[in-house]
Design a protein around this ligand. Structure first.
Ligand code: PLP
Length: 378
């Protein structure tokens, strides 16, 4: 089955009781036991298994070409589960440019539980090799990275990880399985904030881990999912799967719009730099062209005139919404350094854009008038 067919209908079943074509939502927290004490239908209690979550997990495994998937109540719950499945004393190599929550949960929570970590430029395999220690268990990749859109060669990092007896985990939230298949490129685990493109409509939070093999590590992930209980609720599972049904169409449109906006920004005199792997001049363009089937809907750019000018552009937009997050139908713009807090390395004049599904010309017109307004009294 091709990925578009998986997205549109995999794991879908006609409801045998009613013939309903859209899947029912199973809100029941508990399921009936037989007289002999058995659970012949496989469901006991919703934290352990739920039909809606199961359908989503199966679909995610198919989309990523993995053996098994586990869905969580947020992307951060999925990330935390990976770290909880390690042991005190283990070491993790993190990218120095990645979702700030990943670094923060390591430094503020898991360091107290005995996990060690170091940060490197993941787009530089030499730096990654040097950072690997005898106790390294995970090399964490996020490509394209947040917010600088750096590209990491997944195959090369997976090889470094495996050579060191470690796992390569890829946060695949930004490209989604439609544009990048980390497991096929050598990663052991693909991680998602399904809050973003998989859900796709800014109305449901969730996270997921998809494993290449159902191995001891993934059995531990399942154990933590059930024991610690950060599971995705039935309605949220239903909404996420509903979002996935149009993922292929949305990702194509997000990518096409982002490409046009990146070209517009690149030619604009008030723009200092544009970070988008689809641009030929992007340092990761060659690798991205090889390992992605499209460049995605995320980009960032730096405005001439520092933080002040960047804030003025963000203040001047009318169609874009000033908000964090990404992956929905509506375009969002964000001054990234101010949400990442005092410890951020993000350039102060950088704006991050989640390109939505509006008409590209309308979006360009909006950015154009906002850029023209810099320095003008409002
Ligand atoms: C949003 C995001 C996360 C965190 O996911 P939540 O659903 O907000 O917990 C992790 N990684 C990336 C790349 C993200 O964009």
């Amino acid at each position: 089955m091709k990925i578009e067919t998986i997205a549109a209908q995999a794991t879908h079943k006609i409801d045998p009781a009613t013939g309903a074509v859209a899947p029912p939502i199973y809100l029941s927290t508990t399921f009936e036991r037989d007289e002999d004490g058995e659970y012949p239908r496989g469901y006991t209690y919703s934290r352990s298994t739920n039909p809606n979550r199961e359908a989503l997990e199966e679909c995610l495994a198919l989309l990523e070409g993995g053996a098994s998937a586990a869905a969580f109540s947020s992307g951060m719950a999925a990330i935390s589960t990976v770290f909880m499945a390690l042991s005190p004393g283990d070491h993790v190599v993190l990218p120095n440019d990645c979702y700030h929550g990943t670094t923060r949960v390591m430094e503020e929570v898991f360091s107290q539980w005995g996990l060690a970590s170091s940060k490197v430029d993941m787009s530089r395999p030499d730096q990654v090799r040097e950072a690997v220690l005898p106790n390294t268990r995970v090399i964490w990749v996020e490509t394209p990275s947040n917010p600088l859109l750096k590209i990491t060669d997944l195959g090369e990092i997976a090889e470094i990880a495996h050579h060191a007896g470690a796992m390569c985990v890829c946060d695949n939230t930004w490209p989604s399985p439609l544009l990048q298949q980390p497991l096929a490129l050598g990663a052991d685990l693909a991680m998602h904030s399904t809050t973003k493109y998989l859900g796709g409509h800014e109305d449901v939070m969730g996270g997921a881990l998809v494993a290449r093999e159902e191995n001891d590590f993934f059995r531990k992930v399942r154990l933590i999912q059930n024991n610690c209980g950060a599971v995705l609720a039935p309605f949220d599972s239903w909404l996420t799967l509903r979002g996935i049904r149009t993922l292929h169409l949305r990702m194509t449109a997000h990518s096409a719009n982002a490409m046009q906006i990146a070209r517009f920004l690149q030619d604009h005199s008030r723009v200092e730099a544009v970070h988008y792997p689809g641009l030929e001049g992007h340092p990761g363009h060659a690798i991205a062209s090889r390992q992605m089937s499209g460049f995605g809907g995320m980009l960032s750019f730096q405005v001439q005139g520092g933080k002040e000018a960047a804030m003025q552009v963000a203040a001047g937009v009318r169609l874009f919404v000033r908000a964090t997050s990404l992956g929905g139908t509506q375009s969002l713009i964000e001054h990234r350094a101010s949400i990442e807090g005092a410890t951020t390395n993000t350039p102060k004049n950088l704006l991050r854009v989640s390109v939505g599904l509006e008409n590209a010309g309308d979006l360009i017109e909006d950015l154009s008038q906002a850029l023209d307004g810099v320095g003008r009294d409002r």
